[in-house]
Design a protein around this ligand. Structure first.
Ligand SMILES: [Zn+2]
Length: 78
């Protein structure tokens, strides 16, 4: 039997049932996605400038695919 500290347990439960306050959802990610793509195309460090978008895409396959499709489309146009 693992002896868990109440504090550790509380943190685990919070991680499972709620998102961190600094996390963004798909809608918010999508809103900022074009800016993120623009920065990436401009050779800027978009991940550093918009860490929340980066963070969301690391966890959300849908938004990551959206980002890649958008990036691809803009590269084709350029
Ligand atoms: Zn998403």
């Amino acid at each position: 039997m693992i002896n868990l500290e109440p504090q550790t347990l509380k943190r685990m439960v919070r991680n499972v049932f709620s998102t961190r306050p600094d996390e963004i959802g798909c809608d918010e990610c999508f809103e900022q996605l074009d800016r993120f793509v623009e920065m990436t195309l401009a050779g800027k460090n978009a991940a550093e400038a918009m860490p929340l978008v980066q963070d969301h895409m690391a966890r959300c396959r849908e938004c990551r695919e959206e980002f890649e499709a958008l990036l691809q489309a803009l590269r084709t146009l350029a």
